[in-house]
Design a protein around this ligand. Structure first.
Ligand code: ZN
Length: 209
């Protein structure tokens, strides 16, 4: 089962990675990985706009290159962007120089400073992380929605996502073609659910406050 809430053990093992935002205020931090993708990312932006919500987009550099107009819309509408490498590399399967060069290549195409980085698949070696952390904060997640698994029942994904999300949660979704059927189902319902309960949807800050 993909769908889960990150437990204390994971957080204890990797205390220097960010898993949630320490707040008691009713704020949720939605994050979208693997875009920008036409239609999919645009659907997300429309849904966010209709709820006056902000989110964080961890972009694949090569997708930014291919879809610059969609990328620009993310920024124009007040959302945050983060680095997700240029080619969506798995850190466990990539040597350090190649991995770090790919992070730099992504940063160049993002063309604006962001301290936010999320390793694809959540997989990054300690040696890689040590270098990335000199310029970025490594952002993991509190709630993994499972939107990328087409065999999961959409209703179950929605129910678990609503159940696990709480004040300060960093919620991981995908603005990808693969996640599209499930993500497009859960996102509007999630926005409605938490807006009705007085929650705000905020972007993670791209620079230190
Ligand atoms: Zn990814």
């Amino acid at each position: 089962m993909f769908l889960h809430k990150t437990n204390f053990l994971m957080r204890a093992l990797f205390p220097r990675y960010r898993w949630r935002v320490p707040t008691q205020e009713p704020r949720v931090f939605l994050t979208f990985d693997d875009g920008p993708i036409p239609e999919v990312t645009e659907f997300v932006l429309d849904a966010l706009r209709s709820h006056d919500a902000r989110a964080t987009f961890f972009c694949i550099g090569d997708n930014v290159r291919k879809h610059p107009n969609v990328f620009r819309r993310i920024l124009d509408e007040g959302h945050s962007i983060g680095n997700h490498t240029y080619n969506h590399l798995n850190g466990w399967k990539t040597d350090d120089p190649a991995y770090l060069a790919n992070v730099t290549q992504c940063q160049q195409v993002l063309s604006r400073p962001t301290r936010l980085f999320r390793p694809p698949y959540g997989r990054i070696r300690r040696s890689q992380a040590q270098v990335v952390q000199q310029t970025h904060e490594i952002i993991m997640w509190d709630v993994l929605t499972g939107d990328f698994a087409p065999d999961l029942d959409k209703e179950i994904v929605l129910r678990k996502t609503l159940q696990y999300t709480e004040a300060g949660s960093i919620v991981l979704m995908h603005d990808s073609l693969k996640a599209w059927p499930t993500m497009s189902y859960i996102l509007p319902r999630m926005l409605d659910h938490f807006a009705n309960r007085g929650f705000r949807f905020d972007a993670l800050p791209m620079t230190h406050a």
